[in-house]
Design a protein around this ligand. Structure first.
Ligand code: RFL
Ligand code: PHB
Length: 401
């Protein structure tokens, strides 16, 4: 079958939040782009993931023209709780950061809003694209080949955004001698449960209990999301709903446990915890964006937010390059993005280390003492509280100029 030829300024690989948001912002700026996604739209839309949006992410979504539903349905949180054993401490985000907050709005909803905006903008998207391959990324005119519904395509473009997540292939186009990878895999997983039950508390509660970490999150006044630290060897079959609820109750302070309302799970999944950063985040005309370049453990609620700040950096650079002929900025993407990436990687690692119980028996007693001392320090120091608060609401974006 003859290969169909199409052209655009930017080829976007992946229709997760990174690809969809970048596509939407550029579409609005008159910079045409084509999105290629391996999975079906229904599959992408159905993935249950993040729930906490930083103010910077919400502002960027508004700028992309998809702020309407967030502003109506998102829940503003001005604080969160940290619990060590049974003692509860509140971090007052608003007071500590001078009016800062985060927004509770599910990644599934962000994805739905962005997909609808994409449809309305008329931007081209190919779902269930197969055999996606990048070519000549360091050449004058890179291109992407793929197959869609059995038809081979050749997409000629000026730049490529690799928004294809941690398991994507864009990153692997950067030669091994150029790419440096930094990684830490944590020795436990998270088991998540979604249920149509009212949240146990009106704010998020992060718990360090000697039986393991627990998190009480939410999607709405009637939908809860809970997580438990579980051993790497545990499988979903090991965790019928009743066991999940019993274990969560045991890890919560009594004041919360007695208020916990349980119900059937709508979804349950196991997530590995990993810190990973690939440097540089760009190679020739290929830019890596979001999870394609870095992964953080979810304890700091940073993954999606970091994807949004990468998108913001690349969007501002491309807009200036196309509208103001500032092509000199193109080579600065990686350096600008990585500064914020490393700070969020540090915070996510810090929160993970502070809140999870050790699985190495030799060090467990010592590490628990260290965690308690760290808790006491952070919760009783104005500087400590402020440090957690300003990182949780999201550090400022670096300027592109
Ligand atoms: P995604 O969402 O993985 O999307 C990548 C897309 O690329 C597609 N793809 C390909 N397409 C074409 N050709 C190929 N060869 C391809 N290979 C892959 C994939 O099918 C997919 O659709 O990456 P993106 O867009 O960078 O977005 C990143 C976020 O999804 C992720 O960081 C967050 O979900 C992380 N995360 C959280 N982040 C937050 O900011 N706040 C949170 O509260 C939060 N909680 C979480 C989380 C992630 C979790 N899990 C499941 C890892 C909670 C959990 C449990
Ligand atoms: C969630 O609601 O899925 C969530 C919230 C906060 C986190 C991680 C996940 O730190």
């Amino acid at each position: 079958m003859a290969c169909r030829e199409i052209t655009c300024k930017l080829a976007i690989i992946g229709a997760g939040p990174s690809g969809l948001l970048l596509g939407q912002l550029l579409q609005q700026a008159g910079i045409d782009n084509v999105i290629l996604e391996k999975k079906s739209a229904e599959y992408v839309q159905g993935r249950i993931r993040a729930g906490v949006l930083e103010q910077g992410t919400v502002d960027l979504l508004r700028e992309a023209g998809v702020g309407h539903r967030i502003d109506m349905e998102g829940i503003v949180h001005e604080g969160l709780e940290l619990v060590f054993d049974s003692s509860r401490d509140r971090i007052d985000l608003k007071r500590l950061t001078g009016d800062g907050s985060v927004m509770i709005y599910g990644q599934t909803e962000v994805t739905r809003d962005l997909m609808e905006a994409r449809r309305a903008s008329g931007g081209a998207s190919f779902y269930e694209a197969e055999h996606v391959q990048l070519h000549d990324v360091t050449g004058v005119q890179p291109y992407v080949t793929f197959t869609h519904e059995g038809q081979p395509f050749r997409l000629a473009c000026e730049y490529i955004a690799g928004c294809d997540g941690y398991h994507g292939m864009s990153r692997h186009c950067i030669p091994k001698e150029i790419l440096t990878e930094y990684e830490r895999v944590y020795p436990f997983n998270w088991l998540g449960l979604l249920s149509d039950t009212p949240p146990v508390h009106h704010e998020l509660v992060y718990v360090n209990h000697e039986r393991g970490f627990a998190l009480c999150s939410q999607r709405s006044a009637s939908r809860s999301r809970y997580y438990l630290q579980v051993p790497l060897t545990d499988r979903l079959d090991d965790w019928p709903d009743s066991r999940f609820w019993d274990e969560l109750k045991r890890r919560l302070p009594q004041s919360l446990a007695e208020r916990l309302i349980i119900g059937a799970s709508l979804e349950k999944s196991i997530t590995p915890l990993r810190s990973y950063v690939a440097e540089p985040m760009q190679y020739g005309k290929l830019f890596l964006v979001g999870d394609a370049a870095h992964i953080v453990p979810p304890t700091g609620a940073k993954g999606l937010n970091l994807a949004a700040s990468d998108v913001c950096t690349l969007y501002r650079i491309l807009k200036k390059a196309y509208h103001e002929n500032r092509v000199d900025l193109i080579g600065r993407y990686s350096d600008i993005a990585l500064r914020r990436v490393w700070k969020a990687t540090r915070f996510s690692w810090f929160m993970t280390s502070l809140l999870h119980t050790s699985v190495t028996p030799d060090h467990a007693a010592f590490e628990r003492k260290m965690q308690r001392a760290e808790f006491d320090y952070y919760m009783n120091s104005a500087a400590g509280l402020k440090s957690i608060a300003e990182n949780y609401i999201g550090l400022p974006y670096d300027l592109v100029e």
